[in-house]
Design a protein around this ligand. Structure first.
Ligand code: NAD
Length: 471
């Protein structure tokens, strides 16, 4: 068993001095595979100080230098590809056959993508009498969840490095390993001391310290809306920039004239991916009432193609949920949905899943928009099918949510899907079965957050604009 007892601070591996040891549990076996010593307040202070001291030199380094380092980081990530895959299998139970595509490919691509964008930092623009220059926002704190550990770290780290920011990162309690591997890579390739610092511990303890510390200029938080609100409150007094990437309950409109088999398959696979633990999962499938029965049949057949079981087996397409807590939460929602009168369609769990935090993939039919299962984020492999009478009602239903992270439309063709997409209040809208891409800005409307990750827009989170005026 691995004991993770060191933090990465100021370019060195330092023994953590917190008073807790967190156990990391393999969700497929329920066995502890590592322990992690938490950071004390003093450790976190040291990390912030290191990032503050490294900032002047890193932020004034040339974009070409930072880009070269970032490309070398991407090369090293590629060399460690299998270690990242194995880490995701062990930490979150992702099936080995899909872990690379789901969790590792995009982060490597993103490191190279933002390396190219580093050069933008040196471009200036004349606006009237003002010369506009870009500067790094400063010391950034990253707090991330457990569902896409590497992806979420790199979604923040790559644009921040490109902009010239320095960093203190705190991964989720359950998933520190990918961050640890990244710290090792950054150390190996010679990223200057203090540019990236890594601390481990509970969000409820380290989170408020990072959010409130005046030496941190920006905090990028990804996680639940509940914790995101806490972060914003704790950050308010220091007037730092806060980027929040929060929860979702995304709607997917299938129109009457869409290709039903293709559209329904896309929706079911989207929700079942990563065992439903995806913030932008299209968990509300809005379908024409006239096609409801047909759609339920197609959806059930697609759901039954999922092979749930041991993530180490090549044939497995769906692993367990991340933790006993998450399993409990999803099981509660399955009970709530039935009590609300929705029809549950699900598989029997194979006997091999008796151990591990497994929940069988599920579809709720006959869901109405007022039900809790249609309004609250379940964060498991549970699809709600809701029927509508006409497209205006479908759009109204799509927008009738406190969230606005993502959405999708499958219509007869791209042109008609685009018309519907324009009327949906969400940060993204995927048309005709499209997939996530790192060059598209990603972020929420409403209580799904503010700010944007990915795409060129992500750089803006890490940049201050200076106006130099000479009239
Ligand atoms: P969570 O909010 O419980 O935890 C996320 C992170 O926040 C963890 O690192 C945790 O330690 C930390 N944290 C907890 N309390 C905190 C506090 N008071 N102050 C500061 N940090 C605190 O969320 P989770 O259960 O780990 O993740 C699932 C949630 O994340 C879902 O709601 C999901 O939709 C959301 N999510 C959003 C995105 C996005 O890009 N919008 C991406 C992935 C996940």
């Amino acid at each position: 068993m691995q004991n993770i007892e060191q933090l990465y601070i100021n370019g060195q591996w330092i023994n953590a001095t917190g008073n807790e040891s967190l156990s990391l549990i393999n969700p497929a076996t329920e066995q502890i595979f590592a322990t992690v010593t938490t950071a004390s307040d003093n450790d976190v202070e040291s990390a912030i100080l290191a990032a503050r001291q490294a900032f002047p030199s890193w932020s004034s380094s040339s974009a070409a230098y930072r880009a070269e380092l970032m490309n070398t980081i991407a090369d090293e990530m590629q060399k460690d590809y299998q270690a990242f895959v194995d880490a995701h299998v062990e930490m979150i139970g992702c099936p080995i056959s899909i872990a690379g595509a789901f969790h590792v490919d995009c982060p490597i691509e993103a490191m190279r993508y933002y390396a190219k964008l580093a050069a933008n930092m040196e471009q200036t623009e004349q606006q009237g009498s003002a010369l506009l220059t870009k500067e790094a926002v400063g010391v950034c704190a990253f707090i991330n969840p457990w569902n896409y550990p590497l992806h979420q770290l790199i979604g923040k780290l790559a644009p921040a490095l490109a902009a010239g920011c320095t960093i203190v990162a705190k991964p989720a309690e359950q998933t520190p390993t990918a961050d640890l591997y990244i710290a090792r890579i950054l150390h190996r390739v010679g990223v200057p001391a203090g540019v990236f610092n890594l601390v481990f511990g509970r969000g409820s303890e380290i989170g408020p310290q990072l959010a409130s510390n005046p030496d941190i200029d920006m905090i990028s938080f990804t996680g639940s809306t509940r914790a995101g609100v806490e972060v914003a409150k704790n950050a308010a007094a220091s007037v730092k920039r806060v980027c929040q990437e929060l929860g979702g309950k995304s709607a997917y409109i299938i129109t009457e004239d869409a290709d039903l088999t293709a559209s329904v398959r896309y929706g079911v696979e989207d929700v079942m991916g990563n065992t439903g633990q995806t913030c932008n999962a299209l968990t509300r499938m809005l379908v024409p009432a006239s096609k409801l029965q047909q759609i339920i049949e197609i959806a059930t057949a697609c759901m039954n193609e999922q092979v749930i079981g041991d993530p180490l087996l090549e044939a497995t397409t769906m692993g367990p949920l991340v933790s006993a807590l998450q399993q409990q939460k999803v099981l509660e929602y399955l009970a709530i949905g039935q009590a609300e009168g929705a029809t549950l369609i699900t598989q029997d769990l194979p006997s091999s899943c008796a151990n591990g935090f497994y929940v069988a993939p599920a579809i709720f039919a006959n869901v109405t928009p007022d039900m809790r299962i249609a309004r609250e984020e379940i964060f498991g492999p549970v699809l709600c099918i809701i029927s509508y009478d006409d497209i205006d009602q479908a759009i109204e239903m799509a927008n009738d949510s406190e969230y606005g992270l993502s959405s999708a439309v499958y219509a007869k063709d791209k042109a008609s899907a685009t018309q519907i997409a324009k009327r949906i209040r969400a940060g993204q809208c995927y048309l005709q079965g499209s997939y996530f891409t790192i060059d598209a800005p990603f972020g929420g409307y409403k209580r799904s957050g503010n700010g944007r990750e990915w795409g060129e827009q992500a750089m803006a989170e890490y940049i201050e604009t200076k106006a130099i005026i000479c009239d």
